[in-house]
Ligand binder design. Structure first.
Ligand code: MG
Length: 309
C-alpha cells in the first residue's frame, strides 16, 4: 500500500515535497510484487522530484514577482525600501584594483598640485613664445603677466591635448571702453577654441561673447564675474576633439568651465573653432599650444598652471 503525504513549505520560498510511504500488506511478498512495487516506487520518486523542481522554479518566479511587486509598492509608498531581490552576483565581480591612480599632492587654495606644469609663476615668460616663434614680449611686472597691446598673442612652447587649466585674470580700468572693447582677451585652448576673457562688471554685450562664454557658441549659465579690478579665477577642463586618419571628426571637443568657483559651462560640446566672423568648424589637428589673445587691452594674468589628462 502506498501513502502520499504533501507537506507545504512554511514561507513559500521553500519547495513543497511529498513523502511516499510504502507498506507491505502481505506477510509474504513474492518477487513479482516486489518488482511491481520497485517500478512504482521509482516512478513515484521521479514524479515527486519533478514536482519539487517545478515548485522550486515556481517559488523563484514567485519570489521575483514579489520583488517586483515590492519595488512597485516601494514606489507607491514614497521610496521606502521594503525588500529587494536577492543579489545574483558577488559584490567583488564589479570591483577592480588596477591601475592605481597616482598619488598627487593638492595645492592649497589656488596653488598648483605637485604634478602640474607651471606656465607662469610670476617670474618670467620662459614657457611662452610669440606666434612667429620669437620671444614673447608681454610685460612681467609685480608678479603679473600683462598684455602688451599690439604685440600679438603668446603661445606656450609645449603642446597640449586633454587638460586641466587654471588661470587667473584681472581686467584693466574700464576707461571709456564698453562691450567687447573692455578688458578683452581670450584663453585659446589648442590655439583655436576661445574661452572668453572680458570685463563682466556692468558691461553688456552679446551673451555668447561675454565672460565665461565659449566664444560665439555658448553663453555661460551665469555671470560669475565679481568686480572690475579684482582677480577672476578660471578652472577649465578640456577634452580635445578626436580625428580619424583621414582627418574626419570622430568626437567633438568638450569643455567644462568654472569661474570663481561657479560652474558656467557644463560639459559643453563644441561645434568647432570659435571665429569672430563666420561659424564654427573643425579642422583636424593634434596636440597644440595654449594661447592667450591680444585684443588691445592690458589684461593681467597670474598663477597659470596646467595638467595633462
Ligand atoms: Mg576675446
Amino acid at each position: 500500500m502506498v501513502f502520499s503525504k504533501r507537506i507545504i513549505g512554511h514561507h513559500g520560498n521553500y519547495p513543497r515535497f511529498d513523502v511516499i510511504i510504502i507498506i507491505s500488506t502481505h506477510k509474504k511478498v513474492n518477487t513479482e510484487k516486489m518488482k511491481c512495487f520497485s517500478i512504482f516506487f521509482t516512478i513515484a520518486l521521479f514524479a515527486n522530484s519533478t514536482s519539487i523542481l517545478a515548485q522550486q522554479n515556481n517559488g523563484q518566479v514567485q519570489t521575483n514577482r514579489r520583488g517586483q511587486q515590492g519595488e512597485a509598492q516601494t514606489q507607491q509608498n514614497g521610496g521606502q525600501i521594503q525588500q529587494l531581490p536577492r543579489q545574483q552576483v558577488a559584490p567583488e565581480s564589479s570591483e577592480w584594483h588596477y591601475p592605481v591612480p597616482p598619488k598627487v599632492k593638492p595645492g592649497v587654495g589656488t596653488k598648483p598640485p605637485d604634478d602640474a606644469i607651471i606656465l607662469f609663476d610670476g617670474k618670467d615668460l620662459s614657457k611662452w613664445k610669440a606666434r612667429d616663434n620669437s620671444a614673447a614680449v608681454w610685460n612681467v611686472k609685480d608678479g603679473e603677466l600683462v598684455i602688451e597691446p599690439g604685440k600679438g598673442a603668446i603661445l606656450t612652447k609645449e603642446y597640449f591635448g586633454d587638460c586641466q587649466l587654471h588661470i587667473e585674470f584681472k581686467s584693466p580700468a574700464p576707461e571709456r571702453h564698453m562691450g567687447q572693447n573692455r578688458g578683452n582677451s581670450g584663453i585659446m585652448i589648442q590655439s583655436r577654441y576661445e574661452i572668453q576673457v572680458l570685463d563682466g562688471d556692468n558691461n553688456p554685450t552679446y551673451v555668447n561673447g561675454m565672460v565665461g562664454s565659449v566664444y560665439k557658441q555658448q553663453a555661460p549659465t551665469v555671470n560669475a564675474y565679481t568686480k572690475n579690478g579684482e582677480w577672476q579665477v578660471y578652472d577649465i577642463y578640456w577634452k580635445a576633439p578626436r580625428f580619424g586618419t583621414n582627418g574626419e571628426l570622430e568626437a567633438p571637443a568638450m569643455v567644462t568651465v568654472v569661474l570663481n568657483g561657479i560652474l558656467v559651462q557644463n560639459n559643453y560640446v563644441l561645434k568647432g573653432n570659435t571665429p569672430y566672423i563666420g561659424f564654427p568648424k573643425y579642422d583636424a589637428h593634434g596636440r597644440m599650444p595654449l594661447s592667450l589673445q591680444d585684443h588691445g587691452t592690458k589684461v593681467s594674468f597670474r598663477n597659470i598652471w596646467i595638467r595633462n589628462l
